[in-house]
Design a protein. Sequence first.
Length: 386
Amino acid sequence: MRNRIADHVQKLQPSGIRRFFDLAANMEGVISLGVGEPDFVTSWGVREACIASLHNGHTSYTANAGLMELRKEISRYLAQEFEVEYSAASDIIVTVGASQALDLSIRAIVDPGDEVIVIEPSFVSYAPLVELVGGTAVRVGADAERGFSINFSDLEAAITERTKAILLCFPNNPTGTMLTKDELIQVSRLVEKHDLLVLSDEIYAELSFDEKFTSFPTLPNMKDRTILISGFSKGFAMTGWRLGFVAGPTDIIEAMLKIHQYAMMCASTMAQYGAIEALKNGRQDIEAMKKSYKRRRNYFVASLNEIGLPCHNPGGAFYAFPSIKQTGLSSQEFAERLLLEEKVAVVPGDVFGETGEGYVRCSYASSLEQLQEAIKRMERFVKQFR
């Protein structure tokens, strides 16, 4: 019999994050710093709007691109919060999470043989999604000595005649790194110089702690070159709702919509009604969560440095990315032994790319009490390597 599984799928490695989630799920007393989601429950107003939509019988398909009312709210929100304007009618698609928005973006623009530059450490799905469509993910390591900012000489050196796009995520998962506006402008100059597109994953835009977030399409000449990917999971604490959106140039959005029509039809109707409420009245909830995350970041990062796990100060998201090199363990060894010996779950940095080796990702989207206990256990663990 011929191979039942496609070759490119057989070669695909499973997510390195899932292994540690599965291990932790079968152990009692584990403090998980591995889950990349808010520890807040979706606000009651959003849940109530969803329930009301069910009471009102809104259980059928929506337009493929999503409810027009929701697209109008997304357009308004992007204009008010990030100073970038998109047409609700032609430039926005509501998707099943930001993950589907990213998948649609890559499938719409990448031909076999095209190259997409991925800045690593990066979220685990970026490179595989490029490779699933026959593209090549060109990995460029961030500068660990500068808090995992972009190394611009390495970035430009990676650009070839086959490069189609650069994939960015700032605030970054897994490092929490923010880029300044000046750094983003440097990226935009390379994009224009080499006639590239940008996939800008801005899912953590609402969670920028120390400086104003700059949306990439607001930079000079970048709106027509940028596909903006975002959603409701992180800033609005709606991970399980699986609702995202993509905004971009009309021709690219039209191409994405064709794929979306065949692959997904539309996002959940009830979730879309909840998202309308989130955009209309969710600003206070975002600010409250953001303040809480910032307090936890300040405590957790300072504590990591105190116990001998050097960590840069992340400017956004809810991740710390401390170095574990001084223990002499690999990222995988450190994460597995910390889980088995002290019941603290973290994610080994190498699952986010080679640049992540020697680090682990810790989510501080946990209660302060849990973070304090996790620090005690981690300190006890690392003492044996001094």
